[in-house]
Write a protein that binds this ligand. Structure first.
Ligand code: UDP
Ligand code: MG
Length: 315
C-alpha cells in the first residue's frame, strides 16, 4: 500500500442526474487533477460512476466524457442508492488504496476530500464527512432526520450524527467489508461498528445544483426501517415490554373485578369492555406488523439474492 501518494477512487452513484452529472464530473475531475499535481494522490486515481438504471440521458451523457481516469458501471436496473453505492465499493475493492463515496449532485463539499486523504495518510481507515449545518434542507427533512438519528442512537445503532454516505474508507476496510453478505446493508451503521481507527471532517452542505432529490419521504422511511431492522431487535423488545405491562394491567383489572363483584358494585357498561378490545387489538396488530417486518427480512436474507446486476463496465 502506498500511503504517501495513495491510489484514490471516487465512487459516485447516479440516478437520473442528467441536469447535474456533467458539471459534477468536471468538478470532480478538476479536483482529482489538483490533488494529483500536488502529489497528494497517485496519478492513476480515478472516478467510478455507477449508473443506477437511469431512465434519462445520464448514461449516454457519461459516455461522451470517457477518459482514462473514469470508469462507468451501468447497472441493469434501478436498485437504489445504497445498492448502487455498494456496486461501486465492490468494484474498487483491492484495486485502490482508499475510496471516497459521494453523491452525484455534489451537495457535499468536495473541497474537504483532500483533508480526508490527509487523515488517511495519517493512519485513519475511515473518515466520515459530517455536515456542520442543515440549512439547505427543508424544515421537514431537518426534523425527520434528527428524529431518525436520535432514534437509531437510542436503540444502540452506532450511527454518526449528521453523516450520510460521504466518507473515505481504506482498502483494508473495503476488504473486510466484502465479507458482509447481508441483503439489508445499512452502510451508515456498518462502517462505524467495524471498529477501525476513524475520524471526521466537517463541511457545510449545499443545495442541489439541479434536478431534484431522489429521496422522497417513502424512500427515507424505507431506509430508516432498513437501518433499524438490520441493526437491532429493539422494536421486538418494546413489544415484549408492552405485552408485559398490558398483562400486569389486566391482572390488576382482574383483582378490581373480583372486588367489584364481592362489594356488589357491579355496574354493566360497554366502555370497560370495548376500550380494552380496541386497545389490545391495536397493540396486537402493531406487534404483528413489526414481527412481520423482521420475518420478511429473514426471508430476503435466506434467498441471498445479489444486490445488483451489472450490465456493462466501461473502463
Ligand atoms: N441515487 C441512486 N439511486 C436511487 C436514488 C438515488 O443512485 O435510486 C443517487 C443519486 O443520483 C445521488 C444520491 O444517490 O447521487 C443521493 O440522492 P439524492 O441527492 O437525490 O438524495 P438527497 O441528497 O436528497 O438525500
Ligand atoms: Mg442530494
Amino acid at each position: 500500500m502506498n500511503n504517501s501518494q495513495p491510489l484514490l477512487a471516487l465512487v459516485v452513484p447516479c440516478y437520473n442526474e442528467q441536469e447535474v452529472i456533467l458539471e459534477s464530473l468536471s468538478a470532480l475531475r478538476a479536483l482529482l487533477k489538483t490533488m494529483m499535481s500536488q502529489k497528494q494522490i497517485s496519478s492513476n486515481s480515478y472516478i467510478v460512476l455507477v449508473d443506477d438504471g437511469s431512465t434519462d440521458n445520464t448514461y449516454s451523457l457519461l459516455q461522451t466524457r470517457r477518459d482514462k481516469n473514469t470508469r462507468i458501471i451501468k447497472l441493469a436496473h434501478n436498485v437504489g442508492h445504497q445498492a448502487a453505492l455498494l456496486a461501486g465499493l465492490h468494484y474498487v475493492t483491492d484495486k485502490v488504496d482508499c475510496c471516497i463515496s459521494i453523491d452525484a449532485d455534489l451537495q457535499d463539499d468536495i473541497e474537504v476530500m483532500s483533508e480526508m486523504v490527509r487523515h488517511f495518510c495519517n493512519g485513519k481507515q475511515i473518515v466520515y464527512g459530517v455536515r456542520s449545518n442543515r440549512d439547505s434542507d427543508t424544515l421537514f427533512k431537518k426534523g425527520t432526520a434528527s428524529l431518525f438519528y436520535q432514534l437509531m442512537q437510542q436503540m444502540g445503532v452506532p450511527i454518526i450524527d449528521n453523516h450520510a454516505d460521504f466518507r473515505l474508507v481504506s482498502n483494508t476496510v473495503l476488504k473486510e467489508f466484502s465479507k458482509y453478505k447481508e441483503v439489508n446493508l445499512f452502510l451508515r451503521g456498518i462502517f462505524p461498528q467495524m471498529g477501525y481507527p476513524s475520524s471526521s471532517v466537517t463541511y457545510s452542505r449545499k443545495k442541489r445544483n439541479g434536478g431534484e432529490s431522489k429521496y422522497p419521504l417513502w424512500k427515507m422511511m424505507k431506509l430508516a426501517a432498513n437501518g433499524i431492522t438490520s441493526f437491532t431487535n429493539y422494536p421486538l423488545k418494546i413489544i415484549t415490554n408492552v405485552g408485559m405491562i398490558v398483562f400486569a394491567g389486566s391482572l390488576l383489572a382482574a383483582l378490581w373485578v373480583v372486588y367489584v363483584v364481592i362489594a356488589d358494585k357491579n355496574v354493566p357498561g360497554w366502555a370497560s369492555i370495548t376500550l380494552p378490545i380496541y386497545f389490545l387489538g391495536g397493540i396486537q396488530l402493531l406487534s404483528l406488523g413489526i414481527i412481520g417486518e423482521y420475518i420478511s427480512r429473514i426471508y430476503l436474507e435466506t434467498k441471498q439474492r445479489p444486490f445488483y446486476h451489472i450490465e456493462e463496465i466501461v473502463e
